[in-house]
Ligand binder design. Structure first.
Ligand code: NG1
Ligand code: ZN
Length: 534
C-alpha cells in the first residue's frame, strides 16, 4: 500500500455505522453515507486489476434513483459487471472498521496471492449528481492508496465506461478507448446504415426525427456532444437536458413505472419520443397514438422483439440459419412479449433473475443473445464465431449486419447505442413507432413497492417468480392470483437497490391489475409486520 495510506484513510474515514451490501447494481445509498465506501472500492479496484492483470472500471452513479442518492459499480475487463465472486469481498471491505482496513487488505493480498508489482490500471467515470465530484475524489484517493494508476474519464455515461474498459483490454480492437472513439465508432456505423443525409430522407412511415428526454442527466450532455459526429443522419431534439432536477418527473424510470409522459411535456401525434435514465443505460420509447389519442409506451420487451425479429430476417437473407439466436428476459417481461417471442417469432426465450449481470451472462452463451429488462436496460451480444461467419459470408447484406454489430455496445445496455440501433431498424423497415407498437399489445401491468423492516426475509426461486420463504407467502399469492383468472400473474421479490419489496402484477384489465397488485402488497405488508399468521 501507498506510504500515505493512513493520511488518505483519515480523509475518507468511516463515520457511519450502517451495513451496506454490494447489490443488483453495486453500492447504492444516500450520497452522504458513501464517502468511505468509495475510498475502499478505489483500493479494491487496484487489487482486482492486479488479479485479472487488466484494466478495471469504476462508475459513480445511482442511475435512475434520486439526485441525493449515489452509488458505485465496478466493471470487469470485458466491460461486464464485476465477477459475482468478488461481490462479497466488496461488501466485507465496505463494512469493517477503519482500524481493521489495512490488515484486511493485506490478508486479501495474501489469500489471493496478489502480485503487487503488477501495474493496476483503473478507469473512472461519474455522472452529473452534485455529490459525484466529491465521491469521485474519494475513489481516486483509494486508487492512490492502492498504488494504482488512474485514468480519469470525468463526466461520462455508464456505458461509455464499460465500452472504454473493453477497448483497453482488447488493445483497441473493439474501438478507441476515448469518448471521441466511442462517438466515432457508433456514428460511423449509424451513418453507414442510414446515410449521411438520413435526416432529410423519409422512408415510408419512418420519419427521421426523435425527441429525447435526457432525465436532466449525463445522457443529455453526451447526446448533444455526439450530434456533431452524427451530422445530418438524424434529427435530434433534447428536452430535460439539465435545467431541471435529475430523474424528477422525467427519464426512463419515471415513464416506465408511472406509465405516462414526463411532466410538462405535451405529446404531439406523429412525433417519436424516448427517455434515457440518469446514467444513460436505459431507454424507453413513447408516443401519442393517432387512433386512440392516448400515451403509449414501448419498453425493453418491445425493443428486444424489434431487434430479434430484424436480426432473424437479416440472418435468413444472408442464408445463415443454423444460429442460436435467443432472447433473455426477467420475470418483469410482459406476458404478451414472451408469448409473441415463443409463438410468432419462434425464438427461444430464457428467464433469469433481475440484474443485468444475469441477463448478460445468459446471452453470452448463445451465438447471438438479445437481452432486455422490461425497464429498458439491454443490448445484444454476438459471439466471435458468429462475427467471423458473417465476415466470411459473400452476400451483400452481410455488410449491413457487420455495421449493425458495430452500432451495438455489446458490453452493457446503452441508451445512446440502443436508440441508434432502433432508429436504424425502423428506417430499414420503413416503420413508424405506431407500426412497431402493433407487434403485440402489452397486458396491463403494475409495479409497486412496499417498504418493510427487512426486505431480506423474502427469498425467491424459479428466476424470482416464486417465493421460497417465508413459507406460506407463495400460497397466499397463488390464491389471490387465481381469483383474477387466466393471463393474470403476480410475484414479489426484495429489491437489490432499495429498502423495499417489489410487487409486480399483470392481468387482463388495468383495474384488475391494480387491484391484484394491491392485494398482493397487502399480504407482503402484513407478513412483514407480523399480521396474518405468517
Ligand atoms: P431492483 O431494485 O433490484 O429491483 C432495479 C431494477 C433492475 C436493475 C437495477 C439496477 C426493476 C424492477 N428493477 O433493481 O432491473 O435495473 O435496478 O439499476 O426495474
Ligand atoms: Zn441506469
Amino acid at each position: 500500500m501507498n506510504e500515505n495510506f493512513n493520511q488518505l484513510l483519515s480523509k475518507n474515514a468511516r463515520n457511519i455505522d450502517k451495513f451496506i451490501a454490494y447489490g443488483t447494481a453495486g453500492f447504492r445509498d444516500k450520497a452522504i453515507e458513501l464517502q468511505h465506501i468509495m475510498f475502499r472500492m478505489g483500493i479494491l479496484a487496484t487489487l482486482r486489476a492486479r488479479v485479472v492483470k487488466a484494466t478495471i472500471g469504476v462508475m459513480i452513479t445511482a442511475s435512475h434513483n434520486p439526485e441525493e442518492d449515489n452509488g458505485l459499480k465496478l466493471i470487469d475487463p470485458k466491460g461486464e459487471m464485476l465477477d459475482p465472486s468478488w461481490e462479497s469481498i466488496c461488501t466485507y471491505l465496505a463494512n469493517i472498521n477503519d482500524k481493521e482496513l489495512l490488515d484486511s487488505i493485506n490478508k486479501l493480498i495474501e489469500d489471493k496471492s496478489i502480485d503487487m508489482s503488477v501495474v493496476a490500471h483503473v478507469l473512472i467515470g461519474r455522472d452529473t449528481r452534485s455529490s459525484s465530484e466529491r465521491l469521485h475524489k474519494a475513489v481516486i484517493d483509494g486508487i492512490q492508496a492502492g498504488d494504482g494508476r488512474v485514468n480519469d474519464f470525468g463526466l461520462v455515461t455508464t456505458p461509455q465506461v464499460h465500452y472504454a474498459v473493453l477497448c483497453f483490454n482488447t488493445n483497441e480492437e473493439y474501438g478507441e478507448p476515448t469518448e471521441v472513439g466511442y462517438y466515432k465508432k457508433l456514428s460511423n456505423a449509424f451513418i453507414k446504415l442510414n446515410g449521411e443525409n438520413g435526416s432529410q430522407i423519409v422512408a415510408n412511415n419512418y420519419i427521421p426525427s426523435v425527441v429525447i428526454d435526457g432525465a436532466n442527466g449525463i445522457g443529455a450532455i453526451k447526446i448533444k456532444q455526439m450530434k456533431q459526429f452524427l451530422g445530418n443522419s438524424l434529427n435530434i431534439e433534447v428536452i430535460n437536458d439539465g435545467n431541471g432536477v435529475l430523474n424528477a418527473f422525467c427519464g426512463a424510470d419515471f415513464v416506465k413505472v408511472q406509465q405516462r409522459a414526463p411532466k410538462d411535456l405535451q405529446l404531439e401525434v406523429g412525433k417519436r419520443y424516448l427517455a434515457f435514465d440518469g446514467d444513460a443505460d436505459r431507454i424507453i420509447y413513447f408516443y401519442k397514438n393517432q387512433i386512440d389519442g392516448y400515451f403509449h409506451m414501448l419498453d425493453g420487451d418491445k425493443i428486444a422483439v424489434l431487434i430479434a425479429s430484424y436480426l432473424k430476417d437479416l440472418l435468413s437473407s444472408v442464408q445463415i440459419s443454423d444460429i442460436d439466436l435467443c432472447i433473455v428476459q426477467t420475470a418483469y417481461a410482459n406476458g404478451s412479449s414472451t408469448n409473441y417471442i415463443e409463438n410468432i417469432l419462434k425464438l427461444p426465450v430464457h428467464c433469469v433473475p433481475t440484474g443485468v449481470k444475469h441477463l448478460h451472462h445468459r446471452a453470452l452463451q448463445a451465438d447471438i443473445g438479445v437481452y432486455f429488462e422490461a425497464n429498458g436496460h439491454g443490448t445484444v451480444t454476438f459471439s466471435n464465431k458468429t462475427v467471423n461467419r458473417i465476415k466470411l459470408c459473400s452476400h451483400e447484406t452481410s455488410l449491413k449486419l457487420l455495421n449493425f454489430i458495430d452500432l451495438v455496445n455489446q458490453t452493457v445496455g446503452d441508451a445512446i447505442s440502443d436508440m441508434l440501433v432502433i432508429e436504424s431498424i425502423l428506417r430499414s423497415k420503413g416503420q413508424s413507432i405506431q407500426d412497431w407498437d402493433m407487434l403485440y399489445t402489452d397486458l396491463p401491468n403494475r409495479n409497486i413497492k412496499v417498504t418493510v423492516k427487512d426486505r431480506n426475509v423474502i427469498t425467491t426461486g424459479d428466476a424470482e417468480r416464486k417465493v421460497l420463504t417465508p413459507i406460506g407467502l407463495q400460497d397466499k399469492i397463488d390464491a389471490i392470483v387465481a381469483k383474477y383468472g387466466p393471463n393474470s400473474r403476480s410475484f414479489v421479490r426484495p429489491s437489490g437497490t432499495e429498502d423495499a419489496v417489489r410487487i409486480y402484477a399483470e392481468s387482463t384489465t388495468q383495474d384488475n391489475t391494480d387491484s391484484l397488485a394491491k392485494e398482493v402488497a397487502k399480504v407482503v405488508y402484513d407478513m412483514a409486520y407480523g399480521v396474518g399468521g405468517l
